[in-house]
Write a protein that binds this ligand. Structure first.
Ligand code: TPP
Ligand code: MG
Length: 349
C-alpha cells in the first residue's frame, strides 16, 4: 500500500535577542525606550527580591521559598504583553511575574512568610492564588478561560507552569478541553530543564514541549525564555490570536532554573556545575543590559542607581511585612469548609 502523508506539522522557534545583546531588528516588537527600561528594572527587581528572600529564609524570617533566578525574562516579557483585563494563573515560582503585575511586594513576602492572607490578591491584581500542587491549577485556568468566553468577557487566562507539570494528567485534560472549547488561554510552560532533581529528558521523549499543543489542535511555539523581547512578542501575538477566537496557544519558554528548586533543596547534589555555568552565559538580565548599553540608553551609573533603589524597595517591603499584625491562630480552621467539622472545632479548642 502506498504511504501518503496524513498531515504535516511544524513547531516554530523564536529568539530575537541573542546572548551577546544583539537584537534581530526584523523581528523586534514595537517597544519604546521607556518600555525597554521598565523591562530591565522589573527583571533586576525580581532578581534582588529573590536574593533577599533566599537570605531571609536562611535567617528564619520566612518559610520555604522558591527562587525564580534565571526565569525573569520569561515572566516579565509575558506579563508586560498582557492587557488590563487579562488574568494570570501562577504556579509557585512566579514572584517576578507578580512584581511585574504590580502586586505589592510585602504581600508576596507575606505569603512566603507562611501567612495565608498573602494569597489574597489585592484589588486590581488579576491573579489566582499561588498553586503548590504541580499542574493542578491548569484545569482551573482552563475553566476560568472558558467562563470568560461564555460570559463574552474580553479577558484571557495566562497560565504558568513548569516542564514537570507537563507530565501531569491535569496538563493533558486541561489543554485538551481548552482546545475543544477554544478557551481564551495562553499556556506558558517555563521549561527550566528541571523538576526538582528530575531533568526534562525524563519528563518526555518529545523533542519539544511546545509540540504537545499539536495533539490538542492548537499552536505551540518554542521561545527563548531568556530573551525578554521574544517572550513579549510571543505572548502578545498569542493573546491577539486567542482574543480573535482562534483558540489557545502553548508557549514553551526555554529557560533555566539557576538556583536551587527551593530553599529546602541543594541542586549541587544532582546537577553538573558545568551545566549551570553554561546557562549563566545566557542570563536574561545580562543580555538585555548589553543590548541597552549598545543602544546607549543605559550606563554604569544608571545601573548603580537601580541596584540601590530596587534593594531599598525590597527592604522596605520586608520591613512592612515584619510589622504586619500576626494572623489569628483560629483562622487556619475557619476557611477550610463553610462550617468547621466537629473534629475541627475540637482541635481548635
Ligand atoms: C501534585 C504534586 N506532586 C508533587 C509535588 C512536589 N513538587 C513540588 S515542585 C515539583 C517539581 C515541579 O517541576 P516543574 O513543574 O518543572 O516546575 P519548577 O519547580 O521547575 O518551576 C514537585 C514534584 C507537588 N507540589 N505537587
Ligand atoms: Mg521545571
Amino acid at each position: 500500500m502506498p504511504e501518503t502523508t496524513a498531515v504535516k506539522f511544524e513547531v516554530k522557534y523564536l529568539q530575537i535577542l541573542d546572548e551577546t545583546g544583539k537584537a534581530d531588528e526584523k523581528l523586534m516588537p514595537k517597544l519604546s525606550k521607556e518600555q525597554i527600561l521598565r523591562m530591565y528594572e522589573l527583571m533586576v527587581e525580581g532578581r534582588i527580591f529573590d536574593d533577599i528572600l533566599f537570605k531571609l529564609q536562611r535567617e528564619g524570617r520566612v518559610l520555604t521559598f522558591a527562587p525564580g533566578k534565571g526565569q525573569e525574562a520569561a515572566q516579565v516579557g509575558s506579563v508586560l504583553a498582557m492587557e488590563k483585563d487579562d488574568w494570570i494563573a501562577p504556579a509557585f515560582r512566579e514572584n517576578t511575574a507578580f512584581i511585574a503585575l504590580g502586586m505589592p511586594m510585602d504581600v508576596i513576602i507575606q505569603y512566603w512568610g507562611g501567612d495565608e492572607r498573602g494569597n489574597k490578591m489585592p484589588d486590581g491584581i488579576n491573579s489566582l492564588p499561588v498553586a503548590i500542587p504541580v499542574g493542578g491549577h491548569i484545569t482551573h485556568a482552563v475553566g476560568m478561560a472558558w467562563a470568560f468566553k461564555l460570559q463574552k468577557k474580553k479577558s484571557t487566562m495566562v497560565c504558568f507552569f513548569g516542564d514537570g507539570a507537563s507530565s501531569k494528567g491535569d496538563f493533558y485534560e486541561g489543554l485538551n478541553m481548552a482546545g475543544v472549547f477554544k478557551a481564551p488561554l495562553v499556556a506558558i510552560c517555563q521549561n527550566n530543564q528541571w523538576a526538582i532533581s528530575v531533568p526534562v529528558k525524563q519528563q518526555t521523549a518529545a523533542e519539544t514541549l511546545a509540540q504537545k499543543a499539536i495533539a490538542f489542535g492548537f499552536e505551540g511555539i518554542k521561545v527563548d525564555g531568556n530573551d525578554v523581547f521574544a517572550m513579549y512578542k510571543a505572548t502578545k501575538d498569542a493573546l491577539e490570536k486567542v482574543k480573535a477566537g482562534k483558540g489557545p496557544v502553548l508557549i514553551e519558554a526555554y529557560t533555566y532554573r539557576l538556583s536551587d528548586h527551593t530553599t529546602a533543596d541543594d541542586a549541587g547534589k544532582y546537577r553538573d556545575p558545568q551545566e549551570v555555568e553554561e546557562w549563566k552565559k545566557k542570563d536574561p538580565i545580562d543580555r538585555l543590559k548589553k543590548y541597552m548599553a549598545k543602544r546607549k540608553i543605559w550606563n554604569e551609573n544608571d545601573e548603580k542607581k537601580l541596584l540601590k533603589s530596587a534593594k531599598e524597595r525590597v527592604e522596605a517591603a520586608v520591613k512592612a511585612f515584619e510589622e504586619m499584625p500576626e494572623p489569628k491562630r483560629e483562622d487556619m480552621f475557619k476557611y477550610v469548609f463553610e462550617k468547621p467539622t466537629a473534629q475541627m472545632e475540637e482541635q481548635m479548642k
